[in-house]
Write a protein that binds this ligand. Structure first.
Ligand SMILES: Cc1cc2nc3c(=O)[nH]c(=O)nc-3n(C[C@H](O)[C@H](O)[C@H](O)COP(=O)(O)OP(=O)(O)OC[C@H]3O[C@@H](n4cnc5c(N)ncnc54)[C@H](O)[C@@H]3O)c2cc1C
Length: 258
């Protein structure tokens, strides 16, 4: 079982992000980390390969400035190798161009039984890249997978829906997007971190992959404005005078959770 996991490398959410002038894009010129959402995909892939008993997990990322720090984290978790697409000509790429680039890189990596992505990234999320990769590659795609099993070449997934979940089956090769919580990502061990330094990451440009960068001018999406997120309101503190449970019950009733 050979699995390719799409891993987005993002600015560390723990440090304040900065926007890039008139383009409104998030500045990504410093160190980038593995998007937490993609940690679930890497873990899922590692577990599926272990269950299958053979094969390996590869990772693919498109990121500026040859940045590999986030990829090294995925390699430290246990992925075997990676492909990075990095090219100044790809600045301004919208989600569709990103999907075309990742699809071309995945094709170059050779036959994969399964491609895994997260349902949406944590920074610039459109939640559209995985399905666009599947469309470009002509693969079936199962979105919002919260449980995944593979047996006899058939993928079975519980697909999160608003009312609960649907049980879905599809043949391989396929692409799935997984939700946070599908599995518990492992922490890279010290041995894994050291081993990751020596694992291969091949780097390609857009022209190596035969993809024409659309740039800002050709992007089908535009970021027209960015607004400050609303500050969180302070919570209400209820002192228990013996009747606090009434206030809590009415609070939960208002939220319609009871
Ligand atoms: C007009 C426009 C211009 C933009 N220009 C730039 C720019 O110059 N520089 C820039 O950094 N961003 C730019 N962006 C943002 C960029 O297009 C998106 O961040 C990128 O396309 C990924 O989309 P997403 O985060 O919405 O992915 P989602 O669809 O939310 O991501 C879902 C999953 O897809 C996979 N995935 C998504 N992106 C990648 C990736 N890059 N590598 C590997 N896996 C991935 C991951 O598994 C991820 O969890 C631009 C956006 C627009 C609209």
């Amino acid at each position: 079982m050979n699995i390719v996991v799409c891993v987005k490398q993002i600015p560390d959410p723990a440090t304040p992000g900065a926007l890039d002038g008139s383009t409104h894009a998030l500045k990504r010129d410093g160190k980038l980390i593995l998007d937490e959402s993609d940690g679930y995909g890497v873990e899922m892939a590692l577990q599926l390969v272990t269950t299958a008993g053979s094969g390996e997990v590869s990772i693919v990322s498109m990121a500026p400035n040859g940045e590999m720090s986030g990829m090294r984290t995925a390699l430290a978790m246990g992925a075997a190798k990676g492909v990075l697409v990095s090219d100044p000509a790809l600045a301004g790429s919208d989600a569709l161009t990103t999907a075309k680039v990742l699809a071309a890189a995945i094709q170059k990596m050779g036959a994969a039984d399964l491609i895994i992505a997260a349902t949406e990234s944590s920074d610039g999320y459109t939640g559209t890249v995985p399905e666009q990769i599947a469309e470009v590659l002509g693969l079936p795609s199962v979105t919002f997978a919260k449980k995944v099993e593979i047996s006899n070449g058939v993928l079975k997934a519980d697909r999160q829906s608003e009312a609960g979940y649907d049980e879905v089956e599809c043949p391989l090769p396929a692409l799935i997007s997984v939700t946070a919580g599908v599995v518990e990502p492992r922490y890279p061990s010290f041995k894994g971190i050291m081993a990751a330094k020596a694992k291969p990451i091949e780097t390609f440009t857009a022209s190596d992959l035969g993809v024409s960068p659309a740039g800002w001018a050709g992007a089908g999406q535009k970021i027209v404005s960015v607004v400050q997120a609303e500050a969180r309101q302070a919570g209400e503190v209820i002192e228990d005078d013996g009747t606090a449970f009434n206030k809590i019950v009415s609070f939960l009733e208002n939220l319609k959770v009871i």
